[in-house]
Design a binder for this molecule. Structure first.
Ligand code: SF4
Length: 317
């Protein structure tokens, strides 16, 4: 017999969640789209961490990857273009008991949502932010995005993009109070899963850039990396992303990288000869704005009313 506990979770000690508890509708992404694998990784993570579906929220903005909440059988918010992060921060401020996953794309996060990206990273409220980066606007049919490489053609730049691409890793590392910055590739499920698990266990905002395949508009985008694993630099450290033996075998190019060293993280993030995957930077002790915004949540209704009255009385003339 189910009952509702005070925190609104279902009171059933025998509950055990299986994958089906997190699987929403059939994903309408193109066949071969990298978003499918990331969705599976998040659903597996929820199952393995036994996150109650009614305590889990997926938030997104606009774009192909932002269809994510529709395919999770949890609470979800498919918001406005670029506005996933302020919505997620609002959820976190009022409901610090919820598990929050944000799905955003390179157009959504790194163009129209840039200001929110900067401030959300600085606020460092607990959530997992997945930047699914395919270097293109997919939903609106192939326009240049901030992460499109120089020279790459698109419908807005048929002769090739003129500017160097924005690097989401160096931008995030440069934001005051950044606390978790990682990178992975959608075509390596074990590494995606291990990265998202570490992100979920981080106490603040975990920013994970996921290099994502878009076979529909940019089918050759990551060919260099998928054809030559030596182009991938696997970051390795006891405090980093645990490396599965199969992943270590797939990528022979390893580097010992201390994720507590911000200067070294910048150096790794700036490399152009290889693409680093793993945990670039981690500071679990960074300040968290949700610790302040949660003040008073535990008050009983009488005490809460008293506090509101006292606050209003400050404005009496
Ligand atoms: Fe995925 Fe690209 Fe298709 Fe969008 S257009 S669903 S990003 S493959």
């Amino acid at each position: 017999m189910y009952g509702l506990k005070e925190d609104w979770s279902l009171d059933d000690p025998a509950r055990e969640f299986v994958l089906d508890d997190y699987e929403g509708g059939t994903a309408r992404w193109c066949s071969g789209c990298g978003d499918h694998g990331v969705l599976t990784a998040v659903q597996r993570l929820c199952r393995d961490e036994q996150l109650p579906p009614e305590k889990t929220v997926t938030v997104s903005g606009i774009g192909c990857s932002s269809r994510f909440p529709h395919y999770m059988k949890t609470y979800g918010f498919h918001g406005l273009h670029g506005r996933a992060l302020p919505v997620a921060c609002g959820v976190r401020a009022r409901r610090p008991d919820l598990h929050i996953f944000v799905a955003t794309g390179d157009g959504d996060c790194c163009a129209i949502g840039t200001a929110h990206w900067i401030h959300a990273v600085r606020y460092n409220m607990k959530m997992v932010v997945m930047l699914l980066d395919n270097n293109i606007y997919g939903l609106t049919k192939m326009q240049t995005s901030p992460t499109t490489k120089r020279g790459a053609t698109s419908n807005t730049h048929p002769d090739g993009s003129m500017l160097d691409a924005l690097n989401p890793l160096t931008v995030t590392l440069g934001i005051t109070n950044a606390s978790f910055v990682a990178q992975t590739v959608d075509w390596n499920p074990a590494h995606v899963y291990a990265t998202l698990r570490a992100a979920h266990r981080h106490p603040g905002l975990a920013f994970v850039r996921i290099l994502q395949r878009c076979p529909h508009f940019v089918p050759k985008l990551w060919d260099e990396l998928t054809n030559d694993p030596n182009k991938v630099l696997l970051l390795d450290h006891p405090d980093g992303i645990p490396v599965d033996p199969a992943v270590a075998r797939a990528y022979k190019n390893h580097q010992r990288h201390d994720p507590h060293d911000l200067g070294a993280a910048f150096q790794v993030a700036r490399r152009e000869d290889v693409v680093p995957i793993g945990l670039l930077y981690h500071n679990p002790d960074a300040q968290r704005y949700d610790e302040f915004s949660a003040a008073g949540h535990a008050l009983q209704p009488e005490a809460r009313l008293k506090a509101i009255d006292a606050a209003i009385d400050r404005f009496l003339i």
